[in-house]
Design a protein around this ligand. Structure first.
Ligand code: UDP
Length: 237
């Protein structure tokens, strides 16, 4: 069966790679994420990825001890480069070609990101990992994910999280919270639902980019979500 989407952007939080640790990369979790991505790529969908750095450094946390915010955010962006190299290499080891493009110029580490080069790589069958966030401080990798999804003409932005969709309240705090199958951009704003940060969400809404929120540890993985077999919430108009 032909995949439902031609090209997707997947946002993965850095903390997913740390598994049950609070810092760093646990090989078991790295390989499980890489395998999901490789399986979906083998189904024929083009995949771009943005990964965070919550498992290494978050600018706001570093800045709390007095480090200036621009420096702290550069440290965070460098953390995304480390995660991107690890994830891209793990995907390659699953037998799927993968390439890192960085928004921070570092030619000895990765190709510099341009939408043109990244789209060409996607068309050639590479899983493209976009490192360095937006390349600017005061942003998050959620915003980078929305931006790259639009720049790369992706059909949808998928956000792999610890829960299986968008809820009326945090389901870990309130087990009776309502889970939505589909929700509109306006409902997300009106009901103050937590999907992505404000800048990321505004970009998605203004460009009619649908967002799918799903549980990264779903046993069917990314392929199950793309085939509509798994539980997720779709945010759109
Ligand atoms: N960051 C940044 N600009 C960007 C993206 C990320 O400065 O465009 C920095 C920022 O310090 C952020 C850190 O990189 O805290 C890691 O990104 P994020 O917090 O989004 O990671 P996640 O929570 O998804 O693991």
């Amino acid at each position: 069966m032909a995949p439902a989407y031609k090209r997707i952007l997947l946002k993965v939080s850095g903390e997913v790679l740390a598994g049950d640790q609070s810092f760093g990369i646990e090989p078991e979790f790295l390989h499980s994420v890489a395998q999901q991505i490789a399986d979906a790529a083998k189904d024929g969908v083009q995949i771009a990825i943005v990964i965070g750095a919550g498992n290494i450094f978050r600018g706001m946390a570093v800045a709390a001890d007095g480090t200036d915010r621009v420096t702290a955010d550069l440290m965070g962006m460098l953390g995304t480069v480390i995660n991107s190299l690890a994830l891209s290499n793990a995907i390659s080891r699953q037998g799927v070609k993968s390439k890192v493009f960085s928004a921070l110029t570092m030619p000895s580490v990765a190709d510099s990101f341009t939408a043109r080069a990244a789209k060409a790589a996607l068309d050639e069958g590479y899983v493209v990992v976009c490192a360095g966030g937006t390349g600017n401080p005061f942003f998050t990798t959620d915003t980078a994910a929305a931006l790259k999804a639009i720049e790369l003409d992706c059909d949808v932005l998928l956000k792999g999280t610890k829960v299986d969709g968008v809820y009326s309240e945090d389901p870990k705090k309130n087990p009776n919270a309502t889970r939505y199958d589909a929700v509109s951009y306006d409902e997300v704003i009106g009901q103050n639902l937590k999907v992505m940060d404000t800048a990321a969400f505004a970009l998605a809404r203004d460009n009619q980019l649908p967002i799918i929120v799903y549980a990264l540890d779903d046993k069917e993985g990314l392929s199950g979500v793309l085939a509509g077999r798994s539980r997720f919430t779709r945010v759109g108009s």
